[in-house]
Design a protein around this ligand. Structure first.
Ligand code: G3P
Length: 216
């Protein structure tokens, strides 16, 4: 499974990119705001650092507006992917952008019915928001399971990008279901490295190593 980082903070991306764990990046207006930079500044820096796809989201809502916005984003760097909202205008924009060779990521997807439309429109990525469904008492991962089944049934090429990820458990569930990509906040990736038994085991081995006589 590919790992994307869901952040616009360059220092965090650099850290995990150096650890060889970053296949791509996703951003949204909230994450750009948090980075304290202009969108273009943040995206250009991230695109230089990360070879894989970098999703960029604007504010347009009409088909024409979305296409123009996506063309501008795509002019910033070769690895830019245009985020498009799940709507009739959005999916029309996806079809036009794909003819122009611009990759798309349909965002704010909350149901398998929406995910089916996204694949039929020919988007590069579909982003179901898992955590936000969990937040309202709906099992978000069910959307991933059904979307995976539908896409497999018809060999759709759209990649399933699991978004709104809140914990390592979400990542493991997404991988178990065979999702193509999981985009996660840096702290979730950080938590994946950790286990208290690993720390306790390392401390014990180190203590025993120090207590052992070693031949020179
Ligand atoms: O980038 C989209 C998505 O991952 C947002 O997650 O935590 O704001 O629901 P969240």
């Amino acid at each position: 499974m590919k790992f994307f980082l869901d952040t616009a903070e360059a220092d965090k991306i650099r850290k995990y990119n150096d650890l060889g764990m970053v296949d791509g990046v996703t951003t949204n207006p909230t994450l750009i705001l948090k980075s304290g930079r202009t969108q273009r500044e943040a995206i250009e820096e991230i695109c230089k650092m990360v070879k894989g796809p970098v999703s960029v989201e604007g504010a347009a809502t009409t088909t024409d507006g979305l296409v123009k916005e996506a063309e501008e984003f795509a002019s910033w760097a070769k690895n830019v992917v245009a985020k498009v909202p799940m709507s009739q205008d959005g999916l029309r924009a996806v079809q036009l952008l794909s003819k122009k060779g611009i990759k798309t990521n349909v965002t704010l997807v909350f149901s398998p019915a929406q995910a089916l439309l996204v694949a039929k429109a020919g988007a590069t990525y579909v982003s179901p928001f898992i955590g936000r469904l969990d937040d309202v008492g709906v099992e978000g991962m069910d959307v991933i399971a059904q979307t995976k089944q539908i896409y497999d049934n018809y060999d759709y090429e759209t990649e399933i990008l699991v978004a709104s990820v809140r914990s390592p458990l979400h990542v493991v569930q997404a991988a178990t279901l065979g999702a193509d990509i999981c985009t996660m906040p840096p702290d979730v990736l950080d938590k994946m490295y950790k286990h208290p038994f690993t720390d306790a085991g390392m401390a014990k081995f180190l203590a025993d190593w120090n207590a052992t006589l070693h031949k020179k």
